[in-house]
Design a protein around this ligand. Structure first.
Ligand code: PMV
Length: 317
């Protein structure tokens, strides 16, 4: 049996503006993962998928339209291989539609499982590209940041560029970060706020372009604060990004409530993370204050609170 996995992610700053070619910074969460287990089966059995968390079982040949069958078909095409005799069991600790990249993580684990079962160990760039092709089928205009941070599993600076490959650069994290992640419990599919924002951008391009530029400036400041290990500055930058996200119409009463509670409890900064309108928020805290922040988020109604430690990282890909 082969077991592969991929991490959850959070966007530290720059979500949504990243769809409009501005930079963003994303971090993997190594302790929260999606897994794929590939078990060889008797010759002629074919390729089957089991997702116990979703209560789903399906076969590649009889349900080729299933999103994950389509992803497997893309991998087989890429490798020039026929469907192997395998059962792939998919499990995930990552909440679905919660802003933590569950779709991309399950996709990356699946890509690796199919490839490894056929004797291929794909590099992160190939895993990322295969998952991106499948993400594009569902949420229209994904920037590519989720599949990239999840496939590379390291802190990244990501910027889409017209007519060329995105810029993917390592981020230096000079001092460990303690992030408290509060889940609103509200599930919101990524494409809804993305499409809504697109309509508002089309109606008032100058206003929204200026807001995206302001987000880009914040992301540049965040990179400098991370490299300098300046947590106080980073917290302020996260707060500014949250204000800009509110102006972009991406927050929600539940997110605002958790962001406010975290700041009141002593967080250095707090913001929503991911697509918004639900899902998770993140708070930066000194390690001796993170329990206080976690308790405040719980008391403010978070459905789940996690503490994530982002390690020091030299900034090499
Ligand atoms: O909520 P998530 O994890 O799907 O994050 C989406 C990030 C967006 O910037 C809103 C969309 C994108 O494609 O980059």
């Amino acid at each position: 049996m082969i077991t592969t996995s991929a991490p959850a992610k959070i966007i530290l700053c720059g979500e949504h503006a990243v769809v409009y070619n501005r930079p963003a910074i994303a971090l993997p969460l190594g302790d929260v993962r999606a897994y794929a287990e590939a078990t060889p089966t008797a010759p002629g059995t074919g390729l089957y998928f089991v997702a116990p968390d979703l209560g789903e079982t399906w076969s590649f040949s009889s349900d080729p339209q299933h999103p994950l069958s389509e992803l497997a078909a893309t991998v087989l095409d890429h490798l020039g291989a026929a469907a192997p005799d395998l059962t792939i069991t998919l499990r995930s600790d990552i909440p679905i539609a919660g802003g933590m990249g569950s779709g991309a993580a399950i996709g990356a684990a699946l890509v690796r499982a199919v490839a490894q079962a056929l004797g291929h160990n794909l590099p992160p760039a190939e895993v990322s590209a295969l998952v991106y092709a499948s993400e594009g089928r569902y949420h229209g205009t994904p920037s590519g940041i989720d599949n990239t941070v999840i496939a590379y599993e390291q802190a990244i600076w990501f910027q889409r560029r017209p007519d060329t490959a995105p810029l993917i650069a390592p981020i230096r994290v000079a001092t460990p970060l303690t992030l408290v992640i509060g889940d609103t419990g509200v599930r919101s599919a990524t494409h809804r706020p993305v499409c809504d924002l697109r309509e508002r951008w089309q109606a008032e391009p100058a206003t929204y372009e200026a807001r995206f530029d302001a987000v880009a400036a914040v992301v540049t400041q965040a990179r400098a604060a991370l490299a300098a290990g300046d947590l106080a500055a980073l917290g302020q930058i996260m707060n500014t990004n949250q204000t800009l996200l509110e102006e972009l119409g991406i927050s929600s009463p539940e997110l605002d409530c958790l962001v406010h509670a975290a700041r009141q409890a002593g967080a250095l900064g707090a913001k929503l993370s991911g697509a918004g309108w639900g899902g998770v928020m993140i708070a930066l805290a000194h390690s001796d204050q993170c329990q206080q922040v976690a308790d405040a988020l719980q008391a403010a109604g978070a459905s789940r609170v996690r503490v994530a430690l982002v390690p020091v990282c030299a900034g090499e890909i």
